[in-house]
Design a protein around this ligand. Structure first.
Ligand code: UD1
Length: 438
């Protein structure tokens, strides 16, 4: 692990990305789907699972509490939860690292009426409270308390359906409450629910296990609780954010990339913005092509819950607009400290002023190469885009963040013509410079 922490990406920028890239399964759908697969004693087969470190950590966590996880191939897992020790606390070195581990609370509470889970980690992009999750569990009749150090206990003699109004649109709380309610007695209505594609994917997955969930993808989700769930085979949807990241990488490097295995509808908010600033977008049944030929124009973007512009694409958007001709404005309305990467970008010559939750971006002609520290997953991917769009050599450290959510990131980029390599030693660096020139 220490070796991984010391790895960095060395990038020689300046090459437009061209070619085709295949998108993996959605990390943020895979996390709740894998957690929910322990809600039956029967075997569940999950396909199109992305091979990223957050998912490996969740699978290891399930294994550590007695679940049986069998790898069929790189992207297919058989999971059987019948051996889970319902009273054992979920607490190991993996669980605190990933945000998605909190989905085990809803899954265990629904199935066993008992969950004790160490509080989740995830990217440091602002306060990430779970009060809405707790409120939802309580409404279903669970006795929920936070105990120190950093642990949540949720227990219920009976879980009963309830009418729950979410004070804020929360992906995590919607998903967690939906899982517990799937096995509660009676009807649960979640109002002001999150509508993200991964919320819909989890509902479809649970329904394929025998759950009775309607309305996922709208503001109101209606769940009729069932006594038990059964085994299923399910393939996870493509990753909206991974696809968007490659779309913006194509645009920033003025390239021509066909992004395959996507659901174009999920990418509409990116396609609209990219078209607005001068890219050509072509949509196919399960692919989109992004072509950018010259300097792009400006726009105004505000992050919003789906179908709005996702916060997980905000850094990529800001970095792209940093190269536009003129002034753009990006407002972050979901997380309060998601502009930390701007300091790193400034090293590359970007001219961006952050005032509260708004970034005012004066586009520059080119970025300059720089050495940077990756602050979190999505900003990390965005800084790689900046490095690919810059002239010269950049080195990015802290790449374990990127590996949490992007499968084979350097490899896929190399196939598109990018000059990028994982380096660990001085020897690796010298080799990269030798191969890619000075
Ligand atoms: C999920 C995604 C993350 C994405 C985010 C918003 C996963 C594993 N992570 O995170 O990549 O950036 O959705 O699309 O899927 N909030 C509360 N109380 C709560 C829960 C949330 O106040 O109990 C607030 C948060 O601080 C934030 C907003 O609600 O301001 C939205 O957060 P939420 O949608 O819950 O994000 P996550 O599920 O943590």
């Amino acid at each position: 692990m220490e070796e991984v922490m010391k790895s960095s990406y060395l990038v020689k920028g300046g090459t437009p990305l061209t070619g085709e890239v295949e998108i993996a399964g959605a990390k943020n759908a895979a996390l709740p789907i894998i957690a929910a697969s322990i809600m039956t004693d029967e075997t569940v087969v999950v396909e199109n699972v992305p091979d990223v470190s957050d998912i490996r950590a969740l699978l290891a966590t399930i294994d550590s509490i007695g679940g049986h996880v069998e790898k069929i191939d790189r992207h297919t897992f058989k999971i059987n939860g019948s051996g889970i020790n319902r009273y054992a606390p979920v607490d190991n070195k993996y669980v605190k690292k990933i945000r998605g581990s909190y989905y085990l609370i809803g899954a265990l509470l629904g199935k066993y009426r008992n969950a004790e889970v160490a509080l989740p980690g995830g990217c440091d992009i602002g306060l990430r409270p779970i009060n809405l999750h707790v409120k939802g569990f309580k409404a279903l009749g669970a006795d929920t308390k936070l105990i120190s150090p950093g642990r949540i206990i949720a227990r219920a003699a009976r879980l009963t359906g309830a009418h729950i109004f979410m004070d804020m649109v929360s992906v995590g709380a919607t998903i967690n409450v939906m899982m517990a309610a799937a096995m509660a007695e009676g009807v649960t209505i979640i109002e002001n629910a999150a509508k993200e594609p991964h919320v819909v994917d989890l509902a479809n997955f649970l329904n394929s296990m025998g759950a009775r969930i309607k309305g996922a993808g709208t503001d109101v989700i209606r769940i009729v609780g069932v006594d038990s769930l059964h085994g299923t085979e399910y393939s996870i949807i493509p990753d909206q954010i991974e696809a968007g990241t490659y779309m913006f990488a194509a645009a920033a490097t003025r390239g021509d990339v066909l992004i395959r295995n996507v659901i174009p509808k999920h990418l509409e908010c990116f396609s609209v913005k990219l078209t607005e600033i001068g890219c050509q977008i072509e949509e196919f049944d399960d692919a989109v092509r992004v072509v950018a030929t010259g300097r792009l124009g400006t726009t105004t973007v505000k992050t919003l819950p789906y179908p709005g512009f996702p916060t997980d694409m905000q850094p990529q958007m800001t970095i792209l607009l940093g190269l536009s001709a003129g002034t753009s404005i990006v407002t972050e309305s979901i997380f309060e400290s998601r502009f930390k990467y701007v300091d790193e970008l400034t090293k590359m010559g970007a001219v961006i002023t952050v005032e509260g939750n708004t970034a005012i971006i004066e586009g520059v002609e080119r970025y300059m190469a720089a050495d940077m520290e990756v602050p979190d997953l999505r900003a990390g991917a965005a800084l790689v885009i900046a490095a690919m769009a810059a002239d010269g050599f950049s080195e990015l450290s802290g790449i374990h963040y990127i590996e949490r959510g992007y499968e084979d990131f350097p490899c896929k980029l190399r196939k598109l013509g990018a000059e990028i390599q994982v380096v660990r030693t001085e020897e690796d660096r010298k080799k990269f410079h030798f191969v890619h020139g000075h």
